[in-house]
Structures are given as structure tokens and as C-alpha cells.
Design a protein around this ligand. Structure first.
Ligand code: SF4
Length: 343
């Protein structure tokens, strides 16, 4: 059963004290798939999967630095459904619905049953016309919402229309579906994702190694075997993955399943999410600890979306400094070395 209400959460045994949760449900959408519910240990009050999806009264606290549009999508949206922040790529947000609703979501004011909905046919026409009219657009990133909630037929239609735009070479999908609703990724879905005929990437969002279940592994294998390049994105979250063991297991699980670790996001300033946020110093220490711990193949890039729509910046601690005519380079054990070497 899809869990969509506080009553559903109580019936599933995922909430014991619903006091004040109605107020949370009134503000932010709830969504838990059967696959996610099966991953939760209801006996563990600190379960890292529950923390991502079960509403919490802490969400009623909005701090002064939080904002409805934390990464500034609206400032770069020339037509409905398009975000054009960098010259060579656009986001195409065809849908603002997800199979699950993450409690830390950076677009939580836009997604869900009361969010921005799905583009109308006229809005989709306008969005695709915007892309077609700009030869500098090399990559189209379907996000939202989660584009894989669309049926294979709808995804195929969008792909076939992108196929007719010669200057678009890369189509990328950002999704939670292969991990949290893996049964949706059947061969019809895999074929629909490739309908553009362009080089196709799929960025899988997962934050804890338990999310990479056996069913998720099979879904990822169907995508990889189907010729779709897989990359990851994760959010660094207090109480979910804020320790080096969990992050190392997650990144290794991605690589074992042919998913190249890509971004580890510092959590955005979304409303009601301060209980998830670490300091940047804590994040840098975790990412530095990963360097010595796991293969270079498994290293993500630690990234911050600069509030206000100014784009992404890499925020991992620097391993190089300059002074007195030479560089100092820090190794994986934290030891500094001059470069060029003095002897
Ligand atoms: S799947 Fe993405 S867009 Fe949807 S609720 Fe989670 S973080 Fe937000």
C-alpha cells in the first residue's frame, strides 16, 4: 500500500505518536512506497530510512536562513518547466510528483499533490520550443519531481520529441525510482528512457546503503544492461549518513552496481529541514576521511548549491596550498608534502 496520510502511517506501525503531525502533513506531502516501508525497522527510533520519509514535528521549525526556493530555480525559469542556469544545459521539469516525499526535499514547496503539478501539453510544447531555439543547449536534464513517475508511453513521447532537436546530445534523468520503486523499471521503461536516441544518463538518488536492496540492484542492472550510463547523487544528512562508515558503504554499493558516484550534496536551506543539516566543516571532514578509505572510483564530489540560484560550487577541503614559491600538497593520511619535492 502506498502511504500518503498520517492515518496510513499509524496503520503501518510507522508512527506511534501522531501529535502535531497533522500540521506537518498540512504543509508538506507524505509518500512512502511499499519498498521503502519494507526497509524501515519500526522498532528503531533512529532508523535512517524512516528519518528520510516519516514526517517529524521538527519540520514545523523554519529558521531565518531557510527559503521556499533554496537553489533559486525560479530566478532562472524563462518558461514554465525550464530552468536555464548554465549556458549548455537546462532542467526540464515535466512533472512535480514523486513516488516518495523526502523530508529534506529542496523542492518541497513545489512538489506533491498541492505542488506545481504536471506540465500541460501547451506548456510542454513551449518548453521544448525553448530548447529547440537555442543551439547552445547540449544537455537536457529531466527532473522535477521524479520523471520516472511518468508512464513509459509519456517518457517515450518526450524522448522522441527531444530526438528531433539535433543540438541536444545528452539526455539525463534524475530519479529515486530504481531504488525506491524498483518494480517500475521494467524493459518498457528502459526502452522509453532511450527513446531520444541520444546518449542517456540516469542519476540515481540514494542516501543510505540499505536503500540498495536486492530489488534495487536488479533494477539498476536492467538499466546498465540496457545501455544507460548510471551516476549517483546523495544528500549528506544528519542522522542518515553523517558518518564515514555509512558513506563508504553507500558509495561502494553504487560502484558495485555500475553507478559512478557523482554528487554528495550539502543539504539545501529548504524550509523545516534544519534538523538534517551538518556544518560544512563536518561535511569536509567526512569527505576527507573517505579519500583514504575507499577507491578513487567511489569518491563523490562534495557540492553546495549556492542559495539564490548562483549554481553549484565544490566545497571539499582543499588538498593544495601555495606559498614561498612552492605548493604544499596533503596526502590521504593528512600529511603535508612540498611540491616540487625539496630533495
Ligand atoms: S524524490 Fe527528489 S524531488 Fe521528490 S521529494 Fe525526494 S528530493 Fe524532492
Amino acid at each position: 500500500m502506498l502511504i500518503r496520510t498520517i492515518q496510513h502511517l499509524i496503520e503501518a506501525g510507522l508512527v506511534h505518536d501522531a501529535t502535531a503531525l497533522d500540521a506537518v502533513a498540512h504543509k508538506y506531502a507524505i509518500g512512502i512506497t511499499p519498498a521503502v516501508a519494507a526497509l524501515i525497522d519500526p522498532a528503531d527510533p533512529d532508523d535512517p530510512i524512516a528519518r528520510q520519509f516519516v514526517p517529524d514535528v521538527a519540520e514545523l521549525v523554519t529558521t531565518p536562513d531557510e527559503r521556499a526556493d533554496p537553489i533559486g530555480d525560479l530566478a532562472h525559469s524563462p518558461v514554465e518547466g525550464i530552468v536555464h542556469r548554465y549556458p549548455d544545459r537546462v532542467l526540464l521539469k515535466a512533472v512535480h510528483v514523486c513516488p516518495v516525499y523526502c523530508r529534506f526535499c529542496f523542492r518541497r514547496e513545489m512538489v506533491g499533490p498541492h505542488g506545481l503539478g504536471t506540465l500541460t501539453p501547451a506548456q510542454l510544447d513551449a518548453a521544448l520550443a525553448y530548447i529547440a531555439a537555442r543551439p547552445e543547449i547540449w544537455e537536457v536534464i529531466l527532473t522535477g519531481g521524479d520523471p520516472l513517475v511518468l508512464s513509459p508511453r509519456r517518457l517515450r513521447e518526450i524522448g522522441e520529441r527531444l530526438a528531433r532537436i539535433e543540438h541536444v546530445k545528452i539526455v539525463r534523468f534524475h530519479t529515486r525510482v530504481p531504488v525506491l520503486e524498483p518494480e517500475r523499471v521494467d524493459m518498457a521503461m528502459v526502452e522509453a528512457l532511450k527513446a531520444s536516441g541520444k546518449t542517456t544518463y540516469l542519476a540515481v538518488h540514494a542516501n543510505h546503503p540499505r536503500e540498495i536492496s536486492d530489488a534495487a540492484r536488479r533494477a539498476l542492472a536492467r538499466l546498465a544492461d540496457g545501455g544507460i550510463a548510471l551516476i549517483s547523487q546523495s544528500v549528506l544528512l544528519r542522522g542518515v549518513n553523517d558518518n564515514v562508515e555509512t558513506l563508504a558503504s553507500l558509495m561502494k554499493a553504487f560502484v558495485e552496481n555500475r553507478v559512478k558516484p557523482y554528487y554528495l550534496h550539502h543539504p539545501d536551506l529548504a524550509p523545516g529541514t534544519s534538523h538534517f543539516r551538518l556544518s560544512i566543516e563536518e561535511g569536509q571532514a567526512l569527505v576527507s576521511a573517505l579519500r583514504g578509505r575507499i577507491s578513487g572510483l567511489a569518491q563523490p564530489t562534495y557540492i553546495l548549491d549556492i542559495p539564490g540560484g548562483h549554481g553549484k560550487a565544490q566545497i571539499g577541503a582543499s588538498t593544495i596550498s601555495v606559498g614561498d614559491g612552492c605548493f604544499t600538497v596533503r596526502d590521504w593520511q593528512g600529511v603535508d608534502h612540498p611540491y616540487p619535492p625539496s630533495t
